[in-house]
Design a protein around this ligand. Structure first.
Ligand code: APR
Length: 167
């Protein structure tokens, strides 16, 4: 079941939340900063041992002080105008996050809008990619949550699901 909510992903009690990280996995601003602040310093220590992550790939860590059991860190593409394979890399972020979640028995997973903040990916196009991958994994999870930070973002996802005739 795909659910669209507006809220702070660090507050969700799910099996896994997905982090919009950078290739160092050592924290940053936006949702990455919020997740590191809420998870505590053990997250940074753990991620130091992961040796980074390429764009489009995903790595997993415990949730530490967060309510979630797991944090799946994925690195979205920076938007350079759409001619540098950005859409394929963004799709890989969602697909690789789902595959990693399945390998860890995750049933309820929440995603932020990967790449739609600092990395500048247009929100509408990013939501279409996110929703299309979410729908292909829909039957393998109990809850797939699109956790939008703003009402505007939530609206984009709700309209996107409706346009795809999702019930
Ligand atoms: N909960 C849910 N969503 C959030 C939260 C939060 N607490 N904080 C921010 N967001 C939303 C933003 O509004 C945006 O829609 O997450 C989406 C992704 O934005 P960013 O966090 O800026 O991530 P991204 O665009 O992928 O850029 C990644 O930013 O923070 C750095 O270290 C990170 O270098 C990396 C880059």
């Amino acid at each position: 079941m795909i659910e669209v909510i507006q809220g702070d992903i660090t507050r969700l009690a799910v099996d896994a939340i997905v982090n919009a990280a950078n290739r160092s996995l050592l924290g940053g601003g936006g949702v990455d900063g919020a997740i590191h602040r809420a998870a505590g310093p053990e997250l940074l220590e753990f991620n130091r041992g992961l040796a980074g992550c390429s764009t489009g790939e995903a790595r997993i860590s415990p949730g530490f002080k967060l309510l979630t059991q797991w944090i799946i860190h994925t690195v979205g593409p920076v938007w350079y105008g759409g001619q540098k394979g950005e859409s394929g890399l963004l799709e890989s972020c969602y697909r690789n996050s789902f595959e990693l979640a399945l390998r860890h028995g995750v049933r309820n997973i929440a995603f932020p809008g990967i790449s739609t903040g600092v990395y500048g990916y247009p929100k509408q196009a990013a939501a279409q990619i996110a929703l299309s991958v979410m729908r292909t994994y829909d039957t393998q999870f109990q809850r797939i949550i699109a956790c939008c930070f703003s009402e505007e973002d939530r609206r984009i996802y709700v309209d996107g699901l409706a346009a795809q005739g999702y019930e």
